[in-house]
Each structure stands twice: as structure tokens, then as C-alpha cells.
Design a protein around this ligand. Structure first.
Ligand SMILES: [Zn+2]
Length: 225
């Protein structure tokens, strides 16, 4: 088994839709094994094909005290209830945020032998399956954030100014006109760049281009605090 490199946001592959797996063969079983090893190595609860650079509809799930398993061509059939939970993602290292997930789901998929199976899942397993199936459709937990303010840098210290400063500026410029997802992408990109600043950097290095190049860099420092 191999530990695969995990693609990190904003890698564009994370926004693409994965293709169904037509035949469950040895190459798929190898991928499933490698994904499970990668997920466990990263201490993740789940992993989806696109996160390891494979645009294939395969996910792996690992919850405490259960064996890891793979779901090929998974589909969520029913969703019941809703709850708010803190969530993170191996492709968004260092951040977590509050999202709404189902309490219970019914899903179906193929196993690594190509057999069909159904499962009903609650709580963490349901959350993980919803999160990973989202990845197969190019959706990230960032899209489900209840509010911008709910994206947290894990382990942030009170005297670390980056998040507040950047969030303040970007929202002030763009909040009335842009959809939520766009703003979140923008803020997260900016934070990521700021975290790379060091003594040799100048603030101009924090400017960035959005993928379509249609927008001006949104970073301006503000000096009132
Ligand atoms: Zn994820």
C-alpha cells in the first residue's frame, strides 16, 4: 500500500466532478487500499478520489472502532434531520468550520468486489459520507459553512492577527455583490498567503490572482489596529 499525496485547496481538481467507475478491477482495489492507508496516515475520517488526484467515484471512510471501508460509486438516497457540526477536511489543513449535516442517511454503493451494498448511517458516519460524496461532485465543506465567521483556524492564538485583518478588508470590499462561495475562496486564499509571510516578504506578495483573472487582488492592509 502506498501513501498518496493529498491535494490541497485551492487545487482545481477539488472542484471537478468525478466519473463513475465502470468496472471494479484490481486497479480500483489498489486505489482503495492506497486511499485507506493515506486516510489513516493523515488521521482522517474520510477521503475521496479527487483528493488524491483521481477523478473517480470512490470514497473511503474510517470512524473510531470500526474497520475502514471503501464505497465505489456511492449515492446518498435519503437524508433525515439536520444538525450543526464542526467539520474539517484533509484538503483544507488547519481549518474547521460549522456546517449543517444530516442526522441520518441511507446510502448505496459497490464494494471492492463489485457487489452492491446499502447502509444506513448516523452521526459521524453519515457526516463523513455526505462530506466525501460532496467531494465527488466538486463540493467542499467550505460551501456549506453557516457563516463566514465560522471558519476557524485550528489552534489559532488570540494575538495572531491574520484572520481578522483579512476578513475585515475583503468583506468590506465585496460582501454586497459576490456569492458566498466566492468570498470564502477569496478569504481563504488570502489567509493562506499571509500565513506564508516571513521576515523577507513584502505585503505585495500577498496579492493574488483569482483563477479567472477577472478580479483585482483584494488584499489591502488596514492600519487602524
Ligand atoms: Zn474533505
Amino acid at each position: 500500500m502506498a501513501i498518496l499525496p493529498i491535494r490541497v485547496f485551492p487545487d482545481p481538481i477539488l472542484r471537478r466532478k468525478a466519473r463513475p467507475i465502470k468496472r471494479v478491477d484490481d486497479s480500483v482495489r489498489t486505489l482503495a487500499d492506497d486511499m485507506i492507508a493515506t486516510m489513516q496516515n493523515a488521521r482522517g475520517v474520510g477521503l475521496a478520489g479527487p483528493q488524491v488526484g483521481e477523478l473517480k467515484r470512490i470514497i473511503t471512510i474510517q470512524v473510531p472502532e470500526q474497520d475502514a471501508f471503501a464505497m465505489i460509486n456511492p449515492e446518498v438516497r435519503n437524508r433525515e434531520g439536520s444538525r450543526q457540526v464542526m467539520e474539517g477536511c484533509l484538503s483544507v489543513p488547519g481549518y474547521s468550520g460549522l456546517v449543517t449535516r444530516s442526522v441520518k442517511i441511507d446510502a448505496r454503493a459497490l464494494d471492492v468486489n463489485g457487489g452492491k451494498f446499502k447502509l444506513s448511517a448516523e452521526e459521524l458516519v453519515a457526516q463523513a459520507i455526505e462530506h466525501e460524496v460532496d467531494h465527488l461532485n466538486g463540493i467542499m465543506f467550505l460551501d456549506h459553512l453557516i457563516a463566514h465567521e465560522e471558519l476557524h483556524k485550528v489552534g489559532v492564538s488570540p494575538d495572531e492577527p491574520h484572520w481578522h485583518d483579512v476578513g475585515y478588508t475583503v468583506y468590506a470590499q465585496h460582501a454586497p455583490t459576490l456569492p458566498q462561495d466566492f468570498q470564502m475562496v477569496e478569504v481563504l486564499n488570502t489567509v493562506a498567503r499571509l500565513s506564508q509571510l516571513n521576515a523577507e516578504s513584502s505585503m505585495s506578495e500577498t496579492s493574488y490572482d483569482l483563477s479567472d483573472g477577472a478580479h483585482e487582488p483584494a488584499v489591502h492592509t488596514h492600519s487602524d489596529d
